[in-house]
Structure formats: structure tokens, C-alpha cells
Design a protein around this ligand. Sequence first.
Ligand code: NAD
Ligand code: TYD
Length: 377
Amino acid sequence: MKRNILITGGAGFIGSHVVRLFVNKYPDYHIVNLDKLTYAGNLANLKDIEDNPNYTFVKADIADLDEMRRIITEYKIDGIIHLAAESHVDRSIKDPFTFARTNVMGTLALLQAAKEYWESLPEKYEGKRFYHISTDEVYGALKLTNPEGIESPFTTAASSEHHHAYGAEFFLETTKYNPHSPYSASKASSDHFVRAYHDTYGMPTIVTNCSNNYGPFQFPEKLIPLFINNIRHRKPLPVYGKGENVRDWLYVVDHARAIDTIFHEGKTAETYNIGGFNEWKNIDIIKVVIKTVDRLLGNPEGYSDELITYVTDRLGHDMRYAIDSRKLQRELGWEPSLQFEEGIEKTVRWYLDNQAWMDNITSGDYEKYYDEMYSNR
Ligand code: NAD
Ligand code: TYD
């Protein structure tokens, strides 16, 4: 079937994996990648598919309503996968307004432009879909009731040896929203607008809330690529607080696979949580990253441990995120395909093999930003 799909934020980390998967897997779809190319957007992430005949890149700002109207109409868009956002919690603490502008007003502009176009067609919302990508951070923070870890109640074929949970509670699709950071508050607000467009106008929407992603092409302000790069340059590894915060990690290609499944098979107006079934304390994940980088660089074991530097904690730092992803597993048969140990090995290898990609991003403006951000921690 022919379709015209708009993917927003496709030059970013997760978006680039989604664009690649759709362009390669669906030659009959026209994939329009809409991205403002902020500091986080990088067309080098899509070099391998940029010349494909079913792919078009458009530079635009999702908060520009007239532009959204023009693009959605011009390309006769019938499906939207919306990933464009400001995505880094530390930046949201410094500059919350940019987050409200892009994440809230930008999502609203996109919804409104899609509504006007789809309602102008004879078939209206028939065969349309507005799929909004969100985060587990909207649910707030869980308690760390088992700091040593208990056996996780969830299993998948790819469950790793490290199969821990650090508390008895998990985020479900029905968990009440309770965002704490300006980032999560802006994402929560955008999720509410998406659901409001379904409930008020009948737009066929879908929302997913995913846990922390890792893998190739992630901007090196996020924990894993930042630490890989700092180890390579023998720079300090800034561990916030005591390093005890817990995150649930998912390999980015598995997130893209989930998005593909849900875009095609998910039920309209539903929410699906997407998780890695894979909780880790920051300090433990940092040790795995150090060990892997040292081994692949041929350094003796323990060589980079001395780079660990405990720094002032992030303001309002959420203690634990842990997703219960069994609805998606049960209803649509999705689960992670990779064990964490395999995923982290692939990831570290990718960053070490693609140093030019990293060096391009970390030179110039970003270097200044990083030095300023971390010098006063
Ligand atoms: P990212 O920061 O790597 O990429 C964001 C992309 O959006 C960039 O290409 C940027 O240029 C673009 N963008 C930003 N503002 C824009 C605007 N006003 N108009 C058009 N484009 C704009 O982010 P990511 O990590 O790939 O996250 C993608 C989405 O997934 C976000 O909505 C995020 O909230 C969500 N998410 C991320 C994670 C994670 O671990 N990274 C987890 C769950 C959900
Ligand atoms: P991050 O990658 O920013 O994702 P998020 O805040 O969305 O979960 O951070 C992951 C965890 O790592 C989080 O608990 C904060 C912590 N962290 C550090 O300890 N040091 C760092 O330099 C960064 C970027 C994060």
C-alpha cells in the first residue's frame, strides 16, 4: 500500500533509526523527514539512506503552524510519527522555555495542521494516524526500595544475566502522570494535547512512553555516549550524586522496531509503554561502559576507573524509572531482541569505529557548552 508518512525529528538519535527502518522496509511509502536541525539534529545520521527515492528531507520548525499546514498538505500526509522534541533534562533545567515552545506548542501546531488537512478530505480521518512518541519520565519517579536489587518479575527471551529490579513498583499505562523536570512536564503536556485531539475531534492518535534508549547516533550529552567519549579522551566522568539512580535501558533499534509494530498494529487511542526489561543503577552501567571501552581499546582492566568523578547532583533528580511493558508484549508480541550485554558491546564498538562522527559534533559550539555546563558541577 502506498502511504505518505511524516516523521518529525528524524535527524535526531531515535528519529534517524526510525527513518532508516521505514525507508528500507517500506519502499512503497514516501517518508518525509521534518527536522529543524537544532544542535541535536544531524543529517550525517542518515547518510546511508539520503539518496533513496522514497525519502525526502524538509528543514522546518514544528512550532511554525503555517509551515506545518503547508508541508502536511503538499506531501498529502496520511500518517505522522512525531519524535521532534527538546530531549535533554539538564538543558531543560537551564532553559525551560525552549522546551515549552518546541514540545508543547510544536506538538500542538502539528496536531492542528494535521486536523485541518485531514478534516478537509472527503474520507476525513479514515486511514490516518497521529503517533506521538513520549517518555516514561512523565510518570515521575519510583522509589528505590531494594537498593541491592531483587530478581525482576519480568522475563523475555533476551533477558540478560543482570536481571534486577530495584523496587516493587513499575510504571503502567494507567500510572498517574507526575512529571518533575521541565523536560518531563513539557512532554506530559504534549501527551495530554494529543489525547485531547482524539477525545475532542476524533483524531486517530496513539501515544507510547518509552524508557531510556542507548545505541549509535546518540548525542554525546547523554550518559552513555558522553562517557564513552570522555574515556577515549581521558576526561573526568561526572557521576551525579551517588550514582544510585536507576534507569531502564533499551537498545534504540528495538525502540524503532516497537514504533514500526505499533504504528501498523496498535489500537487507536491506546497508550503503550515500551521498556527494556532492563534496570540498572547508573554506577553499575558506568562500570560496564568503562570495562567495555578499556577492553576494546586494549587498555588493562581498571585503567579508566580513576576517571569516575562524583559531582553535584542534578536538581530534582528522579530516583528510579522502571517500565512494565507487558501490555505491548502480550497484545502486539513485541519484546527487546538484544540482551543488554550485546547491545552495549555493539554501541561501544560503533562509537569507537565512528570517531569522526563524534569529533564533528563535539568540536566548536558544543565544546563550549559542555565546558560551561560541567565546570561548575
Ligand atoms: P534528540 O534530541 O536526539 O533529537 C531530537 C530531534 O528533534 C533533533 O533532530 C532536533 O533537530 C529535532 N527538533 C528539535 N526541536 C525541533 C523543532 N522545533 N522543530 C523540528 N525539529 C526539532 O532526541 P531523541 O533522544 O532522539 O528523542 C526523540 C523523541 O523520543 C523525543 O520526543 C523524546 O522525548 C522521546 N524519547 C527519548 C528517549 C531517549 O532515551 N532518548 C526515551 C523516550 C522517549
Ligand atoms: P541521561 O542520559 O541524561 O538521561 P535521563 O536523565 O533522561 O534519564 O541520564 C541518565 C542518568 O545518568 C540520569 O540518572 C542522570 C545520570 N547522568 C550522570 O550521572 N552524569 C552525566 O554526565 C549525565 C549526562 C547523566
